[in-house]
Design a protein around this ligand. Structure first.
Ligand SMILES: [Zn+2]
Ligand SMILES: [Zn+2]
Length: 107
């Protein structure tokens, strides 16, 4: 798919997951959205990257487009109040990636 960039991957890795120990198996396998539990189709599913879980392994969660945008907007709002670069008005790469992710799919 055109338009995929490496900054997307970075921003997706910044999104916090729900408590991984409470996730159902389909959520840890990326079959359904890790946040809202809706079924995923390849066109909208976003790979959140391999995440460590407390049992020592890794999980491979995915999220639906609307949850990813909502989470990115939330993390962005927190980021700009805590990031030393952004507070000094020098937006960092994380901020750019989060903002891009939060506005994806909107026109
Ligand atoms: Zn969702
Ligand atoms: Zn920043």
């Amino acid at each position: 798919m055109p338009g995929e960039t490496s900054t997307d991957v970075d921003a997706l890795a910044l999104l916090p997951l729900p408590d991984v120990n409470r996730l159902s198996r389909p959520q840890t396998e990326g079959t359904i959205c890790v946040w809202c539990g809706s079924g995923l189709i390849p066109y909208t599913a976003r790979d959140l990257g391999a995440r460590p879980c407390r049992r020592g392994g890794q999980i491979f969660p995915r999220g639906c487009g609307s949850c990813v945008r909502a989470q990115a907007a939330r993390v962005y709002a927190i980021h700009v109040t805590q990031c030393g670069h952004c507070l000094r008005n020098t937006p960092c790469a994380d901020r750019t990636a989060l903002r891009h992710l939060a506005s994806e799919g909107r026109s």
